[in-house]
Design a binder for this molecule. Structure first.
Ligand code: C2E
Ligand code: CA
Ligand code: CA
Ligand code: CA
Length: 278
């Protein structure tokens, strides 16, 4: 635990044994979780805001731990990053999501891209681009139906990142900047990156209804994104008022509990089937 302040430190130190035991058990468990089938992927629909039509899904990792039950990726992804296990785990997510998407396309559902979250640590791995190629070959998914969600933190190593993004573009996958607006990247840097889409972070989408600036930032981000010819998607939409605001300001795509929570494969298939029939 970091020593962020006296109170925090005392809190952590009094609970240090409990915390480190759980952390150690999760770290050890991570190594076996994939083989033991404890990891699974949920899929959250992304929709066209004007028509409600399904235009994509985001793959979100879930860990059903034998002792602790469902664990949030917010807790175990950082552990996987620290230990380097994010590299094999991330590849598993990419492979599983591509395989699932291919199965859905082959069974007659409309072809849509699956978006997969990529950690910086994963992109820094020298075999990352190879692993993307390998997964696409293995699964037979057309590259245009895989979208990689990367964060603004890639700008910290802009030259290397740009090179990797160019290679990924050549392969034919789509690239999206996740949690947009929460990092420190400037517009002048972003406009040179070979990306397709920006994803406006939930915190800004919340501002539309919960804060006094009433969506001023969202409006700015949408305008900027569209001017640079990026697609713009808003995440974390929970209310009709947010949908209306986003449509009024020309945002095309959205994702959030208002439309659907992340769904298990079974429930996602029911969602897909509904779209086909009606
Ligand atoms: P994210 O990429 O920003 O994903 C969106 C998160 O917001 C997801 O949480 C999703 O379930 C949640 N969400 C979606 N709509 C709403 C809404 O309307 N309201 C609220 N309150 N929440 C909403 P989740 O699934 O717990 O994932 C948390 C984070 O963990 C993700 O944030 C992402 O950064 C990371 N993550 C998840 N799966 C993976 C993965 O396979 N690889 C990596 N590297 N990171 C992952
Ligand atoms: Ca994401
Ligand atoms: Ca993220
Ligand atoms: Ca986010």
């Amino acid at each position: 635990a970091k020593e962020r302040g006296k109170n925090n430190y005392q809190f952590y130190s009094s609970d240090l044994n409990g915390l480190s035991t759980r952390k150690m058990e999760l770290e050890n468990g991570l190594r076996r979780a994939i083989e033991q089938d404890e990891m699974m992927i949920y899929y959250q629909p992304q929709v066209d805001l004007s028509t409600g039509e399904l235009v994509g899904v985001e793959a979100l990792l879930r860990w059903k731990h034998p002792q602790y039950g469902m664990i949030s990726p917010l807790e175990f992804i950082p552990l996987a990053e620290e230990t380097g296990l994010i590299v094999p785990l991330g590849k598993w997510v990419m492979r599983t999501a591509c395989m699932q998407n291919k199965i859905w396309q082959d069974s007659g559902f409309p072809a849509i891209p699956v978006a997969v979250n990529i950690s910086v640590r994963q992109m820094e791995d020298e075999y990352f681009v190879d692993s993307v190629t390998e997964v696409l070959q293995e699964t037979g998914l057309d590259p245009q139906y895989l979208e990689l969600e990367i964060t603004e933190s890639i700008v910290q190593n802009i030259e290397k990142s740009t090179l990797i993004l160019r290679l990924l573009r050549l392969i034919g996958v789509k690239l999206s900047i996740d949690d947009f607006g929460t990092g420190y990247s400037s517009l002048s840097i972003l406009k040179h990156l070979p990306i397709d889409k920006i994803k406006i972070d939930k915190s800004f989408v919340d501002d539309i209804i919960y804060h006094s600036n009433q969506g001023a930032m969202v409006k700015t981000i949408i305008d900027m994104g569209l001017n640079l010819n990026f697609k713009v998607i808003a995440e974390g939409i929970e209310k009709k008022e947010q949908v209306n605001f986003l449509i009024d300001n020309a945002c095309q795509i959205g994702q959030g509990y208002y439309y659907s929570p992340p769904l298990s494969v079974e429930f996602m298939e029911a969602y897909l089937a509904q779209g086909v029939s009606g």
